[in-house]
Write a protein that binds this ligand. Sequence first.
Ligand code: GLY
Length: 309
Amino acid sequence: MAQPYSLIIHGGAGALEDLKYEAGESEFKESIAAILAAGRQRLAAGNAALDVVEYCVNLLEDNPLYNAGKGSVLNENGQVEMDAAIMNGRDLSAGAVACVKTIKNPISLARQVLEQGDHVMLASEGALAFAKFCEAATCPDEYFITEARVKQLAAAKAAGRMTLDHERVAPIQKLGTVGAVARDINGNLAAATSTGGLVNKRWGRIGDTPVIGAGVYADNETCGVSATGYGEQFLRTVLAKTVSDFVYFKGMDAAAAAQAGIDYLVKKVQGEGGVIVIDNAGRCSAAQSTSGLIHGWIELGGEAHCKLG
Ligand code: GLY
């Protein structure tokens, strides 16, 4: 029998007050609402959670409001290097790409890695060769490198810092990393996360996003998780899997596990960021240690909600 579907998406964690410097709150709310509506249509039609999270992240990657795909932040050399990963809770299959350039939708390339099945993660030049083999859509550097991102990098360099996209070093900031978690009408969970990483990051740096268990995790027995924040802190705490473990070993629901994960992140490494979660009963939740987390959800086929804090 068909079960009620659930969907949660995020557009990064950060300081809400920074929103006024660039896109207004309404732009974020409108885009989150539109993506939830599109995702709802697919879930209601019986599409698999894995397809829906890929689709929702594609929409987030195509929107320059967000730090992923087209809106990716720049590294220390003024280049875009993106990470993405996707996981299927039905069988723990997963695919990830790290440090890729010119790929229009890194999450779809990660999906191809999952579908090929031989490997879980491909990086850099090897991932680009694989993209060619898969005939993945590519775009020239100009597609990704926007004036706002060039200014943001200059501000980070002037401050001598490597920053989260959602950290303010100058009045030019956007919010970061994107992600989606879904539970389909067959009760299958999936999660996906995609990012341009940190502003002014070192060339070749890979964050938590493409690392299964750090920036993304999904297991039908527990929950689906997508993370956003300082990648190094999420790597050191294996945060997405830690959230899943709170469900598996402690019997927590989505709300308790999300909060326990963030408490652990803060306690262990004073971490900054957030997580979105759907548990195996379709309950949606989010928690963050930052003042804001742009996210929206539909729980068990109900009303759509959007929250920036
Ligand atoms: N969480 C995204 C990154 O640190 O790259």
